[in-house]
Design a protein around this ligand. Structure first.
Ligand SMILES: Cc1ncc(COP(=O)(O)O)c(C=O)c1O
Length: 362
């Protein structure tokens, strides 16, 4: 079966010596490897304020705290995402207000977000679902017009870009996940990219119990609620070796994605997604809209290809019941969207095979 998801791991002879070195170095907690990983990440993303953490969820939580989100506030979000985007908002005590999606892309609709803004809106969380950047230009305008911070959940969009600049530079806060199945994995981990330097310093405190690492314990006076969200040297070492390979790994996702963009055009009962002008997706998953989705999934499975609508729309979970609202575009999208294999492991021969199987019909 050609899988939908597969973890990339650098060759043993490159990863294992580095891992062995750190494991027996006498220091595996947060230290030099973490600093180095942040330095390399900053170079790759092009943002000097990259704070590594132990998960994308922790990064999101810190972003929400920095945005000032508290119990009783409202946060606008999308239901078409992996659950952590929204369980973490819930963790702050804020109420989630769902905005509908743009049918052309599956991403949160800027127009519906604007309709949902109230006096209580403290933040807006936008998700680059499946690696396709949201309508960055319109959301930047919204951030400016209302003064409400936007948190970009780029968990699926590492290596994607807009107007030639990598995702991680366009809003006050952007998060990425380095969990086990993402473009880049540190086994578990994440990063928060921040625009403002003072907030970056505050985020460092929140990451580690409210304690400043640049002072001794005795000199420290905790004045802010912090958490145990830091990354350690072992995970950072995996990340450093992964980063050396990232251009070729993400290049392969993009090459396969762009191949499908061309090869799947004009097939009856199948629609490909649109991308917002200026954006370069990193195609963590390749999404198509098809008629009779369950037949499509079955037909591909019979030919050894995994296709799946990976995520449950989040508004159906009991936890989010208080946010119930009508989302007509998502209702329509839900009947049709499905992902096909697109990642670094899909060879040219396999992607041609996948297209031919789809062309045979379902
Ligand atoms: C869209 C999205 N946001 C946030 C997260 C949370 O990341 P992590 O699993 O690293 O906490 C994930 C990961 O599953 C995700 O897919």
């Amino acid at each position: 079966m050609i899988p939908l998801i597969k973890t990339f791991m650098p060759p043993k002879n490159e990863l294992m010596p580095e891992l062995e070195k750190v494991l027996y170095s006498g220091y595996v907690a947060q230290g030099d490897s973490v600093d180095k990983f942040e330095e390399e990440l900053s170079k790759y993303i092009g943002n000097s304020h990259c704070l590594s953490v132990n998960s994308g969820s922790s990064a999101l939580h810190i972003a929400l705290i920095l945005a000032g989100v508290k119990e009783g506030d409202e946060v606008i979000s999308t239901a078409l995402t992996a659950e952590p985007t929204n369980t973490v908002i819930k963790q702050t005590g804020a109420k989630i207000v769902w905005a509908d999606i743009d049918l052309k892309t599956g991403n949160i609709s800027p127009e519906d977000v604007e309709r949902k803004i109230t006096q209580k809106t403290k933040a807006i969380v936008v998700v680059d679902y499946a690696g396709v950047p949201v309508d960055i230009k319109k959301f930047q305008d919204i951030e400016k017009k209302y003064g409400i911070p936007i948190i970009e959940d780029g968990a699926h969009a590492f290596g994607a870009s807009f107007d030639g600049e990598k995702i991680g530079n366009h809003f006050n806060y952007t998060i990425f996940s380095f969990q086990g199945i993402k473009h880049l994995t540190t086994i578990d981990g994440g990063v928060l990219c921040i625009k403002n330097n003072d907030e970056f310093e505050k985020a460092k405190l929140i990451r580690w119990f409210g304690i400043s690492k640049s002072l001794t314990r005795k000199e420290n006076d905790i004045s802010i609620q912090g958490y145990k969200y830091h990354m350690n040297n072992v995970n950072a070492t995996v990340g450093l070796v992964q980063l050396k390979k990232i251009d070729s790994v993400i290049g392969r996702y993009i090459d396969n994605g762009e191949y499908y963009d061309k090869a799947l055009k004009g097939i009856s009962e199948l629609e490909i997604l649109e991308y917002y002008s200026g954006s370069q997706p990193s195609y963590w998953l390749y999404t198509v809209k098809v008629k009779r989705k369950h037949h499509f999934i079955k037909a591909l499975a019979e030919k050894g290809i995994m296709a799946s609508d990976l995520h449950k729309r989040n508004d159906l979970h009991t936890l989010f019941k208080e946010s119930d609202t009508s989302l007509p575009n998502l209702d329509q999208f839900e009947n049709e969207w499905v992902h096909i294999p697109c990642g670094w492991w899909v060879t040219n021969k396999e992607r041609e095979y996948i297209v031919n199987v789809i062309k045979e019909g379902w």
